[in-house]
Design a protein around this ligand. Structure first.
Ligand code: DX5
Ligand code: ZN
Length: 220
């Protein structure tokens, strides 16, 4: 029987680490390998020092994917990007707390579009900043690297932060999903599970392996 303690975690491979010359095939392969969501990193060259995918590419990914999309917006001008990606009907769309002036407005905008809304915290942002928004969100995404690139090292203080966040979540919104993104691998997955994670993003760990199915299984 699955209790809350031994439940399986959700896995969302980040296509940022995929081979972009064979993007459709990569997306299909990782879906066939048993992931739960496909994580999409949208970067605008302003909020982060990198530029990735616009809606045309993400539309092609959605076509190739048999799994729902989990869109992570690393952008300035957040309302514009929410409108731009909403027609692709992702399961989740998450925005950075550091960039949004009027967070409830954006969260409700995303929900009104029929999409589950998430809020993202950079590694240095205090989880206590979520106190007044947590009851309104479907997901919290903790960055465990400074956003911008895949293949970076996991920031160790993220574990303590996750434990604190879990307490806050259990108190304020037990149904909210806790997701972590950056440097996730077989080296830290057990500690993340013990700290209460529900869903992990993994880029280089999955796409850098030569057996996606085995990589996903090893995280579960
Ligand atoms: C970083 C992105 C991540 C990244 C994860 O800004 O948000 O999703 O692709 O890649 P790994 O798992 O390699 O750290
Ligand atoms: Zn991401």
């Amino acid at each position: 029987m699955q209790t809350k303690e031994n439940k399986e975690i959700l896995i969302a491979p980040s296509v940022l680490s995929a081979d972009f010359s064979r993007l459709g095939e990569e997306v299909k392969n990782v879906c066939d390998a048993g992931c739960d969501y496909v994580h999409i990193d949208v970067m605008d060259g302003h909020f982060v020092p990198n530029l990735t995918m616009g809606p045309m590419i993400v539309k092609s990914i959605a076509k190739a994917s048999s799994k729902p999309l989990d869109i992570h917006l690393m952008v300035k001008n957040v309302p514009f990007f929410v409108e731009l990606f909403a027609p692709l009907k992702p399961a989740f769309m998450s925005v950075h707390i550091e960039e949004v002036q009027h967070l409830h407005r954006i969260i409700w905008q995303i929900k009104d579009l029929g999409i589950k809304a998430g809020v993202v915290l950079n590694p240095h942002t205090n989880e206590q900043d979520l106190e007044y928004i947590l009851p309104d969100v479907d997901l919290v995404l903790l960055m465990s690297v400074d956003p911008g690139f895949s293949g970076q090292s996991f920031i160790p203080s993220s574990l303590k932060k996750l434990e604190n966040l879990k307490n806050l979540r259990d108190r304020l919104n037990p149904n909210c999903i806790l997701e972590i993104d950056g440097g996730v691998s077989d080296k830290n997955i057990t500690a993340l599970k013990n700290a209460g994670i529900d869903m992990v993003v993994a880029g280089s760990y999955i796409f850098g392996s030569n057996d996606y199915k085995q990589a996903i299984q090893s995280l579960r």
